[in-house]
Design a binder for this molecule. Sequence first.
Ligand SMILES: *Cc1c(COP(=O)(O)O)cnc(C)c1O
Length: 431
Amino acid sequence: MLHDNLSVNPAGHLTVAGFDTVELAARFGTPLYLLDEDRVRSRCRSYVRAMGLAFGGASRPLFASKALSFKGIYRIMAEEKTAIDVVSPGEIFTALKAGFPAADMYFHGNNKTDADIKYALENGVGYFIVDNAEELAVLSGFASGMGIRQKILLRLTPGIDPHTFSAVNTGQLDCQFGVPIETGQARAFVKLALEAPNIELCGFHCHIGSQIFDWTPFRDASDIMLSFISEIKNDLGFEAGVLNLGGGFGVRYVESDPYLDIEDSILRLGKHIDGVCSRLGLKKPTILLEPGRSIVADSGVTLYTAGGVKTVLGFRDYVTVDGGMADDPRFALYGSAYTVVNATRADAPADFKCTVAGRCCETGDRIQENVTIAKPQRGDIIAILSTGAYNYSMASNYNRLCRPPIVLLSSRGAVMAVRRESFEDLTACDL
Ligand SMILES: *Cc1c(COP(=O)(O)O)cnc(C)c1O
């Protein structure tokens, strides 16, 4: 099985964290998001432990909320002592509702509105990760008006191409996030921040991309960022105390994806950064990382009920499921790879080649093309693996479909953390 929390029980059903998925589907209905809570916690602990060893001091992971945002996940993050990255007032609101401390929030976003900035200031968000000079000016003005000295990091682009998808490749120069180092604009941005009233510049941020299976792009990013820190120290007399290297460690979606030892990668990065800092005569900054996918993706499984098999003679076989791009838009958006399992017949040979299609009125509504699974009958439970990140958080009500519930699996049993949307929810905003 793709992950070590997955197995097949004597009934031939797929199990997740020891729970029979066919039973869960019968109990909670489908589509259904499952999240192995113990596995999420162990991922958090692994980051906290490795970062403590590698970087020491106040270094810690910030969970990237955009990967998965609901109250329960913020309670888990608070208990596991990770900070969080938030990108909208909606994420801030959700985390606050869960009792997550505002001081441990890092507010991202390339176009924070005036209202967003005010909301975050009023609620005491710990850090703004400032994307551009206009945001800096508005933030400084509001902070002055409120008598707040706001801590910030500046988002910079180091110009790294980690060889992933261009759609999720954000560290290159030509993108809408942050300010580039190479063009000299970052230096001017730092000067502005140092001069801005009621702003405390703490350091710098970069995010180079996603689904990265190697530590070396992070090494390269840290080289560029540390030499920038050194240059700014020499030029402007400001030595950054915080370096946030963003998220992006990869997760296995299919058998052919490599294994990445994240703890080992972090330890290597720590040694490397030690060396560079001593060579440049820098105090080692507090290193932050912003894992999203690698905290939650491989703890999630989505269950659907098969509607049946449709054969288009001379072309292919389609298996239809009772969800699709509304609850998992990743294949439609980026052609993402997934592993599909017939959870009802997980012990039968996976020898039926098919395309798994959703129920939305779009030809592009596919979960995966040309996968092999045990041939389903109408009513079989179809499981999609590694759906913990960017599924629920990207879900929509397209075709007025109700968003599925999230069930947390742990030693406390199978506990519903987000209920299924109702038809009443669908019309709740309609006047
Ligand atoms: C998307 C994003 C992350 C999380 O990336 P993952 O690949 O999910 O780890 C972290 N930081 C920023 C700024 C991002 O845009």
